[in-house]
Write a protein that binds this ligand. Structure first.
Ligand SMILES: [Zn+2]
Length: 355
């Protein structure tokens, strides 16, 4: 294999550029993967331009990819060079105590299952390293377009995790706050889980259209009126059974508590980048006794979960192609795709780069 490779990197807070690095070494349990398609994420923008995870120097960016295995360690059983794989954004250490406790995403410390473009180089290079290949890679099924499949790395599992955190059940009325790519996947996931009335909070026309296609029954446009007022009107003052937060800010929890019924659950998958506290409204929280649960979580990774999610695409139950508004070809276009994510033109949902 080549010894040197290029990658698109964070040079420091607010600075990006192409750099050259050694191709990473493959440990006995690990794999080296060549990306076939990648997608920049809002998290990459937070990392570089908001310094969300602190200073990083010459760190290759990116955590959403599908790729081809080029090398596996001597102890890897389930993968071999040439396999096409989905690479989840979260790649836990499966032997960690946190993983044994059911929280693989926090293996080694809170949120430490997130390694790509955080604790090590990400996927925006010619090659990248995957720890514990047997646990963290998933075979890409035949017949799925690789651009569509990149959405399995983060958008699908994160959006669906919001649905899991909110514990959506058959017939639940559900409100999804935020219909960017993650929120749209929460809409799709809630519909698959059997939501009845499915409210989607957003304003951009293309996202509204796609939310309806994924199963939203009502659109709540926050430019038109207060979203809690709208949800309460549409539910005859009852509120909803479940809320999924996939956008907004720290104060969105106030609205979520206000619109969820007693006994309801709020699942948050939105990244809260600033501020010291999240406020909970006392009276609407039943003066502390309303049985309104707030659960926030980073998506789990794992081969089993990723292959199950991929099977939803194989069987035609989930179509991620609606998210892909901008497609690029060639590794050099990673920079353009990331800048698009940073500038967020109105028609953007997700860019993807085919390498
Ligand atoms: Zn992402």
């Amino acid at each position: 294999m080549m010894v040197k490779m290029k990658g698109f990197a964070m040079l420091g807070i607010g600075k990006t550029g192409w750099i050259e690095k050694d191709v990473p070494d493959c440990g006995p349990l690990d794999a080296i993967v060549k990306p076939l398609a990648v997608s920049p994420c809002t998290s990459d923008v937070h990392t570089v331009w908001e310094g969300a995870i602190g200073e990083r120097t010459d760190m290759i960016l990116g955590h959403e990819s599908v790729g081809e295995v080029v090398e596996v360690g001597s102890l890897v059983k389930g993968f071999k060079p040439g396999d096409r794989v989905i690479v989840p954004a979260i790649t836990p250490d499966w032997s960690a105590l946190e993983s044994q406790g059911g929280y693989s995403m926090h293996s080694g410390g809170m949120l430490a299952g997130w390694k790509f473009s955080n604790f090590k180089d990400g996927v925006f290079g010619e090659y990248f390293h995957v720890n514990e290949a047997d646990g963290n890679l998933a075979l890409l099924p035949e017949g799925i377009d690789i651009a569509d499949a990149v959405m399995l790395a983060d958008m699908v599992p994160t959006g669906f995790h919001g649905v899991e955190l909110a514990d959506v059940q058959y017939g639940d009325s559900v409100c999804v706050i935020g219909i960017g790519p993650v929120g749209l996947m929460s809409v799709a996931g809630a519909a698959l889980r059997g939501a009845s009335n499915l409210f989607a909070v957003g304003s951009r026309p293309n996202c509204i259209e796609i939310a309806k296609e994924y199963g939203a029954t009502d659109i709540i446009n926050y430019h038109e009126a207060d979203i809690v007022t709208q949800v309460m009107e549409k539910t005859h003052g009852q509120g909803v059974d479940k809320v999924i937060i996939a956008g907004g800010d720290n104060d969105t929890f106030i609205q979520a508590i206000q619109m969820v019924k007693p006994g309801g659950r709020i699942g948050n998958v939105n990244y809260l980048g600033e501020g010291e506290y999240v406020r909970i409204p006392r009276a609407e929280w039943g003066c502390g006794m309303g049985h309104k649960t707030v659960a926030g979580g980073l998506m789990p990774g794992g081969r089993l979960r990723m292959e199950k999610l991929a099977s939803l695409m194989v069987t035609g139950r989930l179509d991620t192609s609606k998210l892909l508004t901008h497609k690029f070809n060639g590794i050099d276009k990673i920079e353009d795709a990331l800048m698009l994510m940073k500038d967020k033109p109105k028609d953007l949902i997700k860019p993807v780069v085919i390498l």
